[in-house]
Write a protein that binds this ligand. Structure first.
Ligand SMILES: Cc1cc2nc3c(=O)[nH]c(=O)nc-3n(C[C@H](O)[C@H](O)[C@H](O)COP(=O)(O)OP(=O)(O)OC[C@H]3O[C@@H](n4cnc5c(N)ncnc54)[C@H](O)[C@@H]3O)c2cc1C
Length: 806
């Protein structure tokens, strides 16, 4: 066996082989794949092999589309047989909510450039010789790209393609240990010897957590059961030689397609059942299945037969109840491992036949270029921290399994496995009516049920129980003052004589003066936006960075990777680990009753920072406001939050203070036209696309991404970041819905809200540069219906920042 390799991939399922293939195609043939048993012996061999493009995000659609494009002629290209059948798929809807969802999906597809389209019951009927809409089907959506593939053949073809380009595969080589050498290389031990590798990729499927643990890392992968049934062959299918689409019926919760002359019927109708929750997967489960679970299929059989009567005539040939890997949010865990250089995860992949191609592309780009073409933040394993314990992961993955086919309402508040991270104010907030939600594992008040809505979790695309209370929260913040416990604010401390120079190299803007604050952006070498932080300079060599909650580990790794050898200390967090947001025109009055500090606009102007005492608590007071009001972020030690909170609430009583939550915060930041990470900017945009070029200082000297930024400044940006006001009554616009003019898609939206302070329904988004002038009208597609909209300034609330400066 090879003893040295640039890359070692652990796991020879479809994901590992797709990675090896993509690496080899990118010229990295000095790569070895180690597989415990035979290739495909984990989850891959028994997968149903369906490859949908239907997804609820651009990333999901792109991944599905990239897969079938790659697979359709892979067999010929690498000279390895593959049975691939391009069938298309339709998804019937039995409820109006489902029809609305399909309208939304169609909109996402349009904005992403795919043709998923509406079908009438009659059109579906005509496409399928054995399916009937009956009386319940209202319509549906067509995924013309879906097909199915033999997963074992696919894996073998990927493996052959990689081998032909020089990559090596060692079967029957279980990895038993991973240790790091002082050089940073890792020694991967297997029963067949050791390989020293510059880079290691964990593609261990449902063994992903075990492999991570060998390297001293944690990744929240769990195993659930998933099952389909293959019927006995049917004469009618034998006689029917034509191709007909797969049917995926999310209301009845089944998928059904032809498998040779039989039907393959899969179901998500049963509860998500974790396997090996206490022990993790056993060492010897190659090519094995769980016992059949006939009842699970029986649950959907009657309703399925109502639409596919032929199914009633078929006996069961075999049940396939196999292990399916899941992450707590049912998305893959793909990208750099937290806190570990040159170690990548590609595990926890729930639909790996579909996603493996995109994962191969992504891991290869990470390795060869250090950044990816598509924004993969949603798949980045670092979205989970230590808080994603095995108990949490099992509970949440099971809840996702249960909801696999549920309508994915934007405000579904998942309840399982909570709480895992909370501030000392948690009980106090709940007692006062907070409806807590979870962001990055942190409990945060989403809204306060002051109207005593009986069903706080009622979901709808139109009116939800939080609308009226959030309106009141926003109005109170606008007219008086509001207080929010912002649990889990990402914070880093940077100190040392080289701190300013280092930060100036990692961020594109100038560093603030002592006592001042600046919002700044980190760019990738290609000049795309990696992330943002509010940088407060507390002293000459002392900076406090505050960033988005969900980027905590990802940005820390980025900052750590660029640290100089000496002169700078970077620490996650700071002594002031808690944060309260006190916002609104009376915030100064409230604070003034609790501090001796001079809070005047002259002494404590907008974008200043000071260490002061409030109600006897030492804290860092930052005059910034994500909601666009006069206000302070009060960064204090968690232990001091209860005292501080009570003091502020008591002092604020005479000014009409309210508590407010994340929903109000988000609505107000959209009215203010402030970008939200993960929604309005990310690694697919340049500062010029996003309207953020004013934050870069090209004159200050070198910084990461400067050369690319200079090149971008020479040619017009592809996109323009815009604000839209909806002119028709419509539900709240959802991200990725298309912006349309003269029947052409000219862009898509990224954030939308009812603006409770402005009385407008607002959206932020991107258009192709030059396609829409300020004030021009266009349409925004919301849940499949076009609504009239007008281009407006993205900042609809106090565009001159007079309130903040006051
Ligand atoms: C019933 C069922 C139907 C499904 N249908 C579909 C579908 O239609 N479409 C779809 O996209 N997905 C489907 N899936 C999901 C799909 O099977 C998985 O997402 C996919 O197979 C995961 O591939 P993988 O390579 O990550 O994992 P695996 O195939 O499990 O590969 C991981 C490999 O790592 C090896 N390994 C583990 N530990 C070690 C070690 N220590 N040393 C060396 N090697 C090790 C294992 O032996 C294994 O071969 C289905 C799953 C089930 C259960």
């Amino acid at each position: 066996m090879k003893t040295h390799a640039r890359v070692v991939v652990i796991g020879g399922g479809v994901v590992g082989c797709a990675i090896l293939y993509h690496l080899a195609r990118a010229g990295i043939s000095d790569a070895v794949l180690l597989e415990r048993d035979e290739l495909t012996s984990g989850s891959t061999w028994h997968a149903a092999g369906n490859i949908p493009t239907y997804a609820t995000s651009w990333l999901g659609m792109r991944a599905g589309n990239y897969a079938w494009q790659l697979y359709k002629d892979l067999g010929e290209r690498v000279d390895s047989p593959i049975t691939y059948r391009h069938t298309g798929a339709f998804w019937p809807a039995h409820t109006t909510e489902r029809m609305e969802l399909f309208g939304h999906i169609e909109g996402i597809a349009r904005s992403a450039g795919f043709d998923l389209h509406h079908l009438s019951p009659a059109e579906m009927d005509a496409m399928h010789p054995f399916w009937t809409p009956g009386k319940t089907v209202l319509g549906g959506i067509m995924d013309p790209y879906e097909g199915d593939i033999d997963p074992s053949q696919l894996t073998q073809a990927l493996a052959k393609g990689a081998r032909d380009l020089g990559a090596k595969i060692k079967r029957f080589s279980p990895v038993t240990g991973i240790r790091q050498k002082p050089s940073g290389e890792r020694v991967v031990s297997s029963v067949n010897g050791e390989v020293t590798a510059e880079i290691v990729v964990n593609a261990g499927g449902f063994y992903g957590a075990k492999i991570a643990a060998m390297a001293g890392l944690a990744v929240p992968v769990v195993t659930l059961e998933h099952q389909y049934l293959v019927t006995e062959p049917l004469a009618e299918l034998e006689a029917h030689t034509g191709v007909f689409p797969l049917v995926r019926d999310p209301d009845i919760r089944f998928y059904l397609r032809r498998e040779r002359n039989a039907f393959l019927l899969g179901s998500y109708a049963h509860a998500g059942r974790p396997a090996w929750a206490d022990t993790g997967p056993p060492d010897n489960f190659a090519h094995q299945l769980f016992p059949d679970s006939v009842e699970d299929i029986l649950e959907v059989l009657e309703d399925t037969i109502a639409h596919v009567p032929l199914l009633a005539e078929a006996g069961a040939q075999r049940f396939v109840n196999g292990p399916i890997p899941y992450a707590p949010d049912a998305l893959p865990l793909v990208g750099p491992a937290a806190g570990a250089r040159n170690f990548y995860h590609a595990t926890g992949v729930q639909i790996g036949i579909t996603h493996s191609a995109a994962i191969g592309k992504a891991i290869t780009e990470w390795i060869t270029e250090g950044e990816t073409e598509w924004d993969l933040a949603a798949w980045d394993p670092r979205r989970f921290g230590d808080w994603a314990t095995p108990d949490y992961a099992h509970a949440r993955a099971s809840e996702h399994y249960d909801l696999q086919y549920a309508v994915p309402y934007p405000h579904r508040n998942m309840q399982s496995g909570r709480p895992v991270q909370r501030t000392p104010l948690f009980d106090r907030l709940v007692e006062s009516g907070a409806i807590m939600g979870q962001i990055g594992g942190w409990e945060r008040a989403f809204w306060f049920n002051t109207a005593h809505a009986p069903d706080v979790n009622r979901l709808d695309y139109h009116e939800e129980p939080w609308h009226a209370p959030v309106r009141r929260e926003c109005e109170t913040v606008r007219d008086a003052v509001g207080l929010m416990d912002h649990g889990g604010f990402t914070k880093y401390t940077v100190t040392g004589p080289g701190a300013a120079e280092y930060l100036s190299h990692v961020f594109c803007g100038k560093m603030p003066a002592i006592g001042r604050i600046k919002l700044s952006y980190m760019l990738t070498p290609k000049g795309r936006i990696w992330s943002e932080a509010t940088i407060a300079r507390l002293a000459e060599h002392h900076f406090l960075l505050c960033g988005p909650t969900l980027t905590d580990q990802r940005d820390f790794d980025w900052l750590a990777a660029h640290l100089p050898e000496t002169g700078v200390t970077l620490t996650k967090g700071c002594e002031h680990d808690g944060a309260l947001l006190l916002m609104g025109p009376r915030s100064r009055d409230v604070l003034a009753t609790l501090t001796d500090a001079n809070l005047s606009a002259a002494a404590a102007p907008w974008l200043s920072v000071a260490r002061i005492r409030v109600a006897g608590v030492a804290l860092c007071a930052m005059r910034v406001s994500y909601v666009g009001e006069l206000g302070w972020e009060l960064h204090a030690a968690s232990a001091d939050l209860p005292v501080l909170y009570e003091a502020i609430m008591a002092a604020g009583k005479r000014y009409g203070i309210c508590q407010f939550g994340s929903y109000a915060l988000n609505a107000m930041r959209i009215e203010k036209g402030y970008h939200g990470w993960g929604a309005d900017f990310g690694t697919e945009y340049t500062l010029y696309d996003a309207g953020l070029s004013g934050f870069a200082d090209l004159e200050k000297g070198g910084f990461i991404g400067r050369d690319a930024l200079l090149a971008q400044s020479d040619c017009p940006a592809e996109w323009e970041w815009v604000g839209l006001e909806l002119l028709d009554h419509s539900p709240d616009p959802l991200p990725a819905e298309p912006i349309i003019q003269a029947s052409e898609v000219i862009g898509y939206m990224t954030s939308g809200t009812r603006g409770f302070r402005t009385g407008k329904v607002l959206a932020l988004g991107y258009i192709r540069r030059g396609t829409l002038g300020m004030g021009d009208e266009c349409s925004l597609c919301v849940l499949g219906e076009e609504s009239r909209a007008r281009r407006v300034n993205p900042c609809q609330y106090d565009p001159r920042n007079l309130i903040q400066r006051s």
